[in-house]
Design a protein around this ligand. Structure first.
Ligand code: XMP
Length: 513
């Protein structure tokens, strides 16, 4: 196993991603949890120290135990991890007054080439992504410089003897195009053979679920999305009929979705399923609410209430299973000194109220979206289902900026169905990470036939993405857009204007709320 010690960088999870892509099993643990005893027990074969927002110059700023450097295993320090390493091993870090470096930079090699950089510098220099305020002013004894950049003279340093490597930039992000090679070299040095697969994950997950649950009962919240479905099928494989699924139909689903889910689970998988039709409850509470965070909180709270209600009916239910993914966890987490902004409150995380008295099972908590899909395939779910675009827990509520009404939801469902049909007909569905319609809280004037119309405007959204963390808008042809707009306006009563959202993430988010 490889241990990633997290010092709170927004992109720590991408390190895990790169390593998983290389079929290496790794775990991320927040620095607070990594004690000497923890290290003894985990006995990692290599350690990566992540970046983070703190300054090593600050009192009380996070440190790993010194033991990390005494275990005889390779250590890679990234950004803050690099600085911490230098600081603890006898180098010097300085505050970057005026020398902060953010964004694209180029690293050039020194004369001596090292294995860590094997496959690098096919050009004279490599593009990397920097994001640091402080910088290393003197490297620790034993280290040598192997790459420099204008803003970071110690961009790549290493103590080859002890197999300690330190880089100032972030090799895990897409803007360091060749960064994966660096990880590949690092894990090779650490002796990993790349034998971690989805089949292995499945086996291990099944074992863990059995161990955790024993002979007790689990209820699983199905949302209709791929994630909770994969979680349910996985748990069902582990414990069979000890699992009951509760499909909370909050009245915010897409057209035909509820029927599809119910049929698949009840008839195809034979998983006990309760269809909780609670549209009235959700829409009632959302009535008149237009603030996005308030909507999310209401939906999250009701979700839990509804669960509690159904859980009480299932005798002996002690666990609640959810299809929480890693990006959900990280985007909602704000730990002290760490990434402190909560961008959105994801409805399916945030901790269950104690009063619910259910323990949480989240077997996908460590996986990225594409890994969940791979696991779904591994579990035999239909490819067409697995290939579906992600659908957020709060459903259409967050695609309906402003107040939610049944009328708007009905219009939105129809428009969305036409849009997705268009995308499928043009063979674009699988090229797109996620596509949907948002109905805008504004009516505009139009003319149809000889009459004036005063109907809603909508926005089409389609993005490409690898992990949902960053995204680009999809470059539809004008013909496609024109044809789609015409179809929506002709086929959906209540919409007379169609716009296309060309914002990438960042600065936008994928959903509108
Ligand atoms: P954003 O809008 O934050 O979305 O760029 C990134 C991805 O996450 C999905 N999303 C959610 N998924 N619960 C979920 O299960 C949520 O509360 C939630 N909010 C956003 C979104 O659809 C996109 O795929």
């Amino acid at each position: 196993r490889l241990l990633i010690i997290d010092f709170g960088s927004q992109v720590t999870q991408l390190i895990a991603r790169r390593l998983r892509e290389l079929d290496v099993y790794c775990e991320i643990h927040p620095f607070q949890n990594v004690t000497e005893a923890f290290l003894e027990e985990m006995a990692p074969r290599a350690v990566i120290l992540s970046g983070g927002p703190a300054s090593v110059m600050d009192e009380g700023s996070p440190r790993p135990p010194m033991r990390v450097f005494e275990m005889g295993v390779p250590v890679l320090g990234i950004c803050y991890g690099q600085q911490v390493m230098m600081h603890m091993l006898g180098g010097r870090v300085e505050r970057g007054d005026g020398t902060a470096e953010f964004g694209r930079a180029y690293v050039t090699p020194t004369k001596t080439r090292i294995d860590l950089l094997k496959g690098w510098f096919l050009e004279e220099r490599e593009q990397v992504w920097m994001s640091h305020g402080d910088h290393v002013a003197a490297i620790a004894p034993g280290f040598e410089i192997y790459g420099t950049s204008p803003g970071a003279p110690f961009a790549v340093t290493a103590d080859l003897e002890r197999r300690f490597y330190a880089v100032q930039f972030h090799p895990e992000v897409h803007h360091t195009p060749n960064g994966k090679t660096l990880y590949q070299n690092f894990i090779q040095d650490a002796g990993f053979t790349g034998d971690w697969t989805m089949a292995a994950y499945r086996e291990e997950a099944v074992r863990q679920i059995r161990e955790q649950v024993g002979d007790r009962q689990v209820i699983c919240g199905l949302s209709g999305g791929v994630d909770s479905s994969v979680a349910a099928v996985l748990i069902h494989e582990a414990i069979g009929d000890q699992l009951t699924c509760v499909f909370v139909d909050h009245g915010l689903l897409r057209q035909g979705e509820a029927e599809e889910v119910v049929t698949m689970f009840r008839d195809h998988y034979n998983i006990p399923l309760i269809h909780a039709d609670e549209a009235d409850l959700f829409l009632g509470e959302l009535d008149g609410v237009s603030d996005p965070e308030t909507k999310r909180k209401i939906i999250g709270r009701l979700f839990i209430d509804v669960f509690q209600k159904y859980a009480n009916e299932i005798e002996g239910a002690e666990f609640l299973a959810q299809g929480t993914l890693y990006p959900d966890v990280i985007e909602s987490v704000s730990f002290s000194g760490g990434p402190s902004v909560t961008i959105k409150s994801h409805h399916n995380v945030g901790g269950l109220p104690e009063k619910m008295g259910l323990k949480l099972i989240e077997p996908l908590r460590e996986l990225f979206k594409d890994e969940v899909r791979a696991l779904g395939m591994e579990l035999g779910l239909p490819a067409s289902f697995i290939g579906r675009h992600p659908f957020p827990g709060p459903g259409l509520a967050i695609r309906c900026p402003g107040e939610i009404t049944r009328e708007k939801l009905e219009i939105l469902r129809k428009a969305d169905a036409v849009y997705i049909d268009q995308i499928r007909k043009h063979g674009l569905y699988d090229e797109i990470w996620q596509a949907f319609v948002a109905i805008l809280p504004v009516r505009t004037v139009g003319v149809m036939g000889d009459g004036r119309t005063y109907d809603f405007a909508c926005a089409l959204r389609a993005v490409t993405s690898v992990d949902g963390m960053t995204a680009d808008y999809y470059p539809f042809s004008h013909d496609f857009l024109g044809e789609t707009a015409t179809r929506i306006i002709n086929e959906v009563r209540g919409i007379n204007r169609v716009t296309y959202d060309i914002t990438s993430k960042p600065p936008g988010t994928i959903e509108w709320e």
